[in-house]
Write a protein that binds this ligand. Structure first.
Ligand code: CO
Ligand code: CO
Length: 325
């Protein structure tokens, strides 16, 4: 994953002046200004199955793909299915269930599936290319974090570890149900709360883990960050599964990738270090917000997720993170 980031960062890109976001690796979605009060939002994401039930997998993959639109404060309008499926080996009913799950989640988001493309592949994969809109003067990028900001996270971490435990048959029903509930939760209300509260910056926490995405936000914003590890919400069972060694390779890769920029306080637990780098599927929004707006954010979130204060932005070397107890 870390090597992949390196490759992607060096792919040549064009940057027309209408492009408000999308030219930097920290950006979640491309934002392209169409007029003074309208910008197009475009993003694509797809996954290999993380749970056994195809309908649930479809819901999670769709929530995950829609998330990058929400991370910029946008509203999804249309989505195209992206499907890889072993047509000779698996029952087509499985594919129908994946697509039904995706369609239900897209409908819940108030958007519409308008087409898609399927290829024969040895392992199933599913996701969406999503198009949405945002007001150019309201969109939130990963570049605006300011020293003194509070960092708020809207979902617990640990889906990489739980997903590995599920694949190995080690996860309890309760652990699985909790992880699924969070992964299929849309970041829609979180996006609305961040707009209400006038967030300075936002990114969603996905494959590079909390530390990886925070490091990118801090680098892009030219600031450093502090995290209080004890304040970071973790899925039930995740610590135990990590202790039992159900840690995906991506977690170790992510931790290695941020090794140069993260300073852990002495005595930071090894399991905590791993979980902070755990790759997330359909993770929460990580929002950088003025401290006096945290209550407004929390009130606007209501019951639709967490509003966990996990740290703050400080001035310092761009992209550096200090992990405190
Ligand atoms: Co993202
Ligand atoms: Co993404």
């Amino acid at each position: 994953m870390a090597d992949l980031a390196h490759v992607l960062r060096h792919v040549p890109k064009t940057s027309p002046e209408q492009l408000l976001s999308g030219s930097d690796f920290a950006d979640d979605a491309a934002v392209y200004r169409l007029s003074d009060d309208l910008a197009l939002v475009q993003t694509v994401d797809f996954l290999t199955p993380i749970v056994d039930d195809p309908y649930t997998f479809g819901r999670i993959a769709a929530a995950n793909a829609l998330s990058d639109v929400y991370a910029v404060g946008g509203r999804p309008l249309t989505a195209l299915n992206i499907v890889c499926f072993p047509i000779q080996m698996l029952d087509r009913e499985v594919l129908a269930e994946i697509l039904r799950g995706g369609a239900d989640k897209v409908a819940e988001a108030g958007a519409a599936i308008v087409g898609g493309h399927t290829v024969d592949d040895s392992e199933p994969k599913y996701g969406l290319a999503v198009t949405g809109t945002v007001q150019p003067d309201r969109f939130v990028s990963a570049h605006g974090a300011q020293p003194g900001d509070t960092l708020v996270l809207t979902k617990p971490i640990g889906t990489g570890v739980i997903g590995t435990a599920i694949k190995g048959g080690h996860a309890s029903q309760t652990d699985t149900r909790q992880a699924v509930r969070w992964m299929e939760l849309l970041n829609r209300q979180a996006a609305s709360a961040m707009l209400t509260a006038g967030a300075h910056a936002c990114t969603d926490v996905t494959g590079f883990g909390l530390l990886g995405h925070l490091a990118e936000m801090a680098r892009a914003s030219g600031v450093s960050a502090e995290i209080n590890v004890g304040a970071v919400p973790v899925l039930p069972g995740a610590v135990q599964h990590a202790r039992n060694g159900h840690v995906p390779a991506g977690t170790h890769n992510n931790l290695g990738a941020v090794g140069k920029v993260v300073r852990f306080a002495e005595g930071t637990d090894d399991l905590d270090r791993l979980l902070l780098a755990d790759p997330q599927t359909s993770g929460g929004l990580l929002v950088s917000i003025s401290p006096d707006r945290v209550e407004a954010f929390r009130a606007s979130m209501a019951e639709a997720g967490l509003a966990a204060v996990i740290g703050r932005i400080i001035s310092g070397e761009p992209g550096r993170i200090f992990v405190k107890p």
